[in-house]
Ligand binder design. Structure first.
Ligand SMILES: O=C(O)[C@H](CS(=O)(=O)O)OP(=O)(O)O
Length: 238
């Protein structure tokens, strides 16, 4: 299995094999928490106006997402796992647009299969890939605003790569590193209430979920995320 690590929208566009689009803070942590709250579907969208249009086609649709970290006008929830955990989302269709994460999914058009990447389901994602045994895996780090490197996505890519290679990785050290990272400061800044410290904790709740999220087009051509439960006991070497 050849594993490449690439960056941002260009990296997503050129990703081959199984692509894992990684966005720890916060898009793909949020997506996992949405499924844990019983949403029916998540539609990752690039353009904000497309999100406003798409949600109108659902009786039970809600808008989740951000630009510059803040909830968008008319949206039901920000890109915040804390908000998602407090919401009643059973059966809702989530239309999700974010500055970085969802841009990677909509641009990963050359991959055979596209998955989301986050710490909350990293082992399940790696196990899913190992079971598929692909020739090529591309780990796409979306970083800050899909423009610059960020510690959490770099570490998550390294972590998934080590899991795929059956190598040990100190998960406690990941959390410690991120506690002291400048990329985590916004979660502890009283002037940024849209990034609560509980989001930091929820995004770093390592391997809380035993499912992978696949991004696949539906019959109308819109992408949606599909939850794939992964048997973590059978053949689990971690
Ligand atoms: O909502 C977030 O935390 C980020 C903001 S930014 O793009 O990294 O500045 O959005 P996401 O798309 O989840 O990375």
């Amino acid at each position: 299995m050849k594993i490449d690590i690439v960056n941002f929208v260009d990296g997503a566009r050129n990703a081959e094999g199984i692509a894992v689009v990684i966005d720890v803070f916060r898009a793909f942590s949020v997506a996992c928490y949405c499924f844990s709250k019983g949403v029916s579907k998540i539609y990752p969208i690039g353009d904000v106006d497309d999100a406003y249009d798409l949600v109108k086609s659902f009786d039970d649709g809600i808008l989740v997402g951000e630009r510059k970290g803040k909830k968008l006008p008319g949206f039901d929830y920000g890109n915040s796992p804390t908000e998602i955990m407090a919401a009643n989302l059973l059966g809702k269709a989530v239309v999700h647009t974010t500055h970085a994460g969802t841009q990677g999914l909509v641009n990963a058009v050359n991959a055979d299969e596209v998955l989301t990447g986050a710490f909350v389901n990293a082992k399940a994602t790696a196990k899913y890939i190992k079971d598929r045994n692909p020739d090529k895996v591309t780990l796409v780090k979306m970083g800050l605003e899909a423009k610059s490197q960020s510690d959490e996505d770099d570490l998550c890519a390294e972590y998934i790569k080590m899991l795929l290679n059956n190598q040990p990785f100190d998960e406690t050290a990941i959390v410690e590193t991120l506690c002291n990272s400048p990329y985590s400061e916004r979660f502890f800044d009283p002037d940024k209430p849209w990034c609560p410290s509980s989001d930091f904790d929820l995004c770093l709740d390592m391997n809380r979920f035993s499912f992978a999220l696949r991004s696949i087009p539906d019959e109308t051509g819109n992408l949606h995320l599909e939850k794939v439960n992964v048997d973590m006991a059978e053949g689990n070497r971690w």
